[in-house]
Design a protein around this ligand. Structure first.
Ligand SMILES: [Zn+2]
Length: 333
């Protein structure tokens, strides 16, 4: 199991043991973040007839035994109480969801639970999403739906609000360093070398699904330059705010660019001139501000997003200013 999944695993383990698992769990994260791994671990745990303590680092966790009849049937994809829904040609239709709904209403044959795993939930058609909504509103007893998505924004807000959302975030700060060290890449001289060594998509966060679209990619490049200029030279504040308000991807880009800067910083890439001013403490602070902004926007209505974006920019400005004045006073000493 990937180290950054441990905290999610531990919370879910606890909820499983206490019998307080939610009926619907939405796991959100970029490609390679380990969404499927986490979901499969949970499905096995729920359906195993004799769960055991985890053999991984984190002893507080529980997991499926891997040997009982249920575990073996799950491994061969023939377990009767679990259903995998996989989009065909990038689309998941209303019939699939109706099938899942009636599947969940039947009582379990072997285990206690009925489980459904929907991968790439953003591929659901709007009719499918509406059909799923009915099930989420009136969940049948002992049924658990797990949705995975790389793009939570394309799901109906009413679906999101009825699920327990687990967002798998990239590791930052010390956690990231430990992870890089574990992968034996922290000692490498530059980021390119390190990234070549790591074929883990999650470590290389420049992978944003929407960047396959040439036009969007172009605006990403413009946005990135604007953001870095703003951090570096404190110029273009209003332009940056305009981007945040007019581009639906911009806040997510802001988050990912910041994480990448932090990564470059921790890898001590001496060729990167930005590092002269962007220290890890500043970037960590900026990252926290952005994450809080993302959370606020998710919980508010559209009308408030301008206010939140303005607050994000103001807080980042404060951090940058504080950082600069601290640096100049350090120099005087
Ligand atoms: Zn088992």
């Amino acid at each position: 199991m990937k180290t950054w999944l441990f905290s999610h695993q531990s919370i879910l383990s606890q909820q499983f043991s206490q019998g307080t698992l939610p009926h619907a769990i939405l796991i959100n994260g970029v490609m390679g973040s380990g969404k499927l791994e986490l979901a499969q671990w949970l499905v096995q745990l729920l359906n195993c007839s004799q769960p055991v303590d985890s053999v991984e680092l984190n002893k507080a966790n529980v997991q499926g035994c891997g040997f009982c009849k249920s575990c073996l049937l799950l491994q061969s994809n023939t377990f009767p109480d679990h259903l995998n829904l996989i989009p065909q040609k990038n689309s998941l239709g209303v019939d699939d969801i109706r099938h899942a709904n009636s599947f969940l209403q039947k009582t379990a044959y072997l285990g206690q639970f009925k489980t459904v795993l929907i991968d790439n939930a953003q591929a659901m058609t709007s009719a499918a999403m509406n059909a799923l909504l009915k099930t989420l509103e009136e969940p049948s007893d002992k049924s658990i739906i797990i949705l995975l998505t790389t793009d939570i924004d394309s799901l109906l807000p009413t679906i999101i609000s009825r699920c327990r959302v687990l967002t798998i975030r990239p590791a930052v700060g010390n956690e990231l360093l430990l992870q890089l060290k574990a992968n034996n890449i922290a000692g490498k001289q530059n980021v390119v070398e390190a990234e070549n060594l790591s074929d883990n998509a999650f470590v290389n966060l420049t992978q944003l699904p929407e960047l396959t679209d040439a036009k969007i990619k172009e605006s990403f490049i413009v946005f990135k330059k604007c953001y870095i200029d703003y951090l570096w030279l404190q110029q273009g504040e209003s332009q940056l705010l305009q981007y945040l308000l007019s581009n639906e991807h911009a806040l997510r880009w802001l988050e990912q660019i910041t994480v990448n800067l932090l990564r470059e910083n921790l890898l001590d890439d001496s060729k990167n001139e930005h590092i002269k001013i962007f220290d890890a403490q500043l970037l960590n602070g900026v990252y926290k501000v952005i994450i809080n902004g993302c959370k606020l926007i998710k919980s508010y209505t559209q009308a408030n997003s301008q206010f939140v974006c303005e607050q994000v920019i103001m807080s980042i400005s404060d951090l940058v200013e504080k950082n600069i004045s601290q640096k100049s006073s350090d120099k005087r000493l």
